[in-house]
Design a protein around this ligand. Structure first.
Ligand code: NAI
Length: 335
């Protein structure tokens, strides 16, 4: 078991007398800023002139330039998108960093792939909520928790771990428990879900749709059965309530037998090779290089892939069920 830190294991006083600066006021930036403020700490917000700046002002913060915050703060939270961080870091943050400053990331991406390499005297830590920003805020206000990973940069003296833990506690990340992890582990877990688990699930859903329609089933009924019924969500919830396998007991005996006897057949050797290739692409840096190149070229493949996805018959079928989708979405708290 990795070490898990809860509220009582963490000393918040290590943040006293330090100036905390948050760069970015988006998904994570807003949630973390509001939570840190409600935990009793003052902080500076650094944001460029855009709509996020207006939101921060509406929330009662004085907003500074990113460079100003980097200069004044000695604990800096990097909460802008991973893709823009290296350029913003080089031009507006790095020139103001000095020994003893601490730079905190919410993902391991840029440090693991060495697209940001803070100098040796600068504490480089990670506080990565495993939760979308809106929920980081909502769970905090409800006094509930969310999983969080904390780490010091691999190879560094872990002297700054208490600061990572205190920040995790201040955003509500130690209520449920913060796991001691590493930048590498966060990246691999995150990207592997994005490149193996979710695309695998999406592809299986599409195959489910295609095969049923090919076998004479109505596309709209299949789409409803697939995700609009909400069964998918209920199964995911039951995995938490009854356990990953325990939820199977909520299904009929026929369903249980069907699922348990067929699951291995859904993973033939070719699929296992793709699983290995996805992991290899992540750990070797190949995916990172491919994605950087794609962005530099103006994302032409991304546009094609989006177009291809939206042309799938499932997307057309879903469009016909817009009214139903909105009704179901409301019952799950969505718009
Ligand atoms: P976001 O997309 O919500 O970031 C928006 C913010 O970035 C705004 O304040 C905007 O002004 C600023 N920004 C965008 N482009 C900029 C540029 N070129 N120069 C200066 N500022 C710019 O970002 P998000 O999703 O909150 O991600 C922040 C960090 O949190 C990332 O490291 C991400 O991996 C991590 N993270 C995000 C999660 C999420 O819920 N989205 C979950 C856990 C971690």
């Amino acid at each position: 078991m990795p070490r898990i830190y809860c509220d009582d294991d963490v000393d918040l006083s290590v943040l006293s007398g330090r100036t905390i600066g948050i760069i970015g006021y988006g998904n994570q930036g807003r949630a973390q800023a509001l939570n840190i403020r409600d935990s009793g700490f003052g902080l500076l917000i650094g944001n460029r002139d855009d709509r996020y700046k207006d939101i921060a002002i509406k929330d009662g913060f004085a907003v500074h330039t990113i460079g100003d915050v980097a200069e004044k703060a000695d604990i800096i939270l990097m909460l802008i998108p991973d893709e823009v961080q290296p350029q913003v870091y080089e031009s507006q943050i790095r020139p103001h960093l000095g020994a003893g400053d601490v730079l905190c990331f919410a993902s391991g991406y840029n440090v693991f792939y060495r697209t940001i390499e803070p100098p040796a005297g600068v504490g480089t830590i990670m506080v990565a909520p495993r939760m979308i920003g809106a929920a980081v805020r909502e769970l905090y206000t409800k006094r509930l928790g969310f999983p969080c990973l904390v780490a010091c940069r691999e190879g560094d003296d872990p002297q700054h771990l208490p600061i990572a833990l205190a920040l995790a506690r201040a955003i509500g990340g130690t209520r449920l428990g913060a796991f001691q992890s590493s930048f590498r582990e966060e990246v691999v877990i995150d990207l592997f879900a994005e490149q193996m688990l979710w695309p695998g699930i999406i592809k299986l859903c599409l195959l489910y749709f295609e095969k049923l329609v090919e076998n004479g089933c109505d596309p709209e009924i299949v789409t409803t059965e697939l995700h609009l019924s909400g069964e998918f969500v209920e199964i995911a919830k039951a995995m938490i309530t009854h356990g990953f396998f325990g939820q199977l007991k909520l299904h009929s005996q026929t369903s249980q037998y069907g699922q348990l006897s067929r699951m291995d057949r859904m993973a033939p050797p070719e699929l296992l090779a793709s699983v290995d290739a996805a992991m290899q692409g992540i750990t070797s840096g190949r995916f990172h290089a491919e994605w950087a190149q794609e962005r530099e070229a103006g994302k032409p493949n991304m546009r094609k892939l989006w177009q291809q996805a939206l042309e799938h018959p499932l997307a057309r079928s879903e469009a016909k069920l817009e009214v139903l989708r909105k009704v179901v979405a409301r019952s799950y708290g969505g718009a």
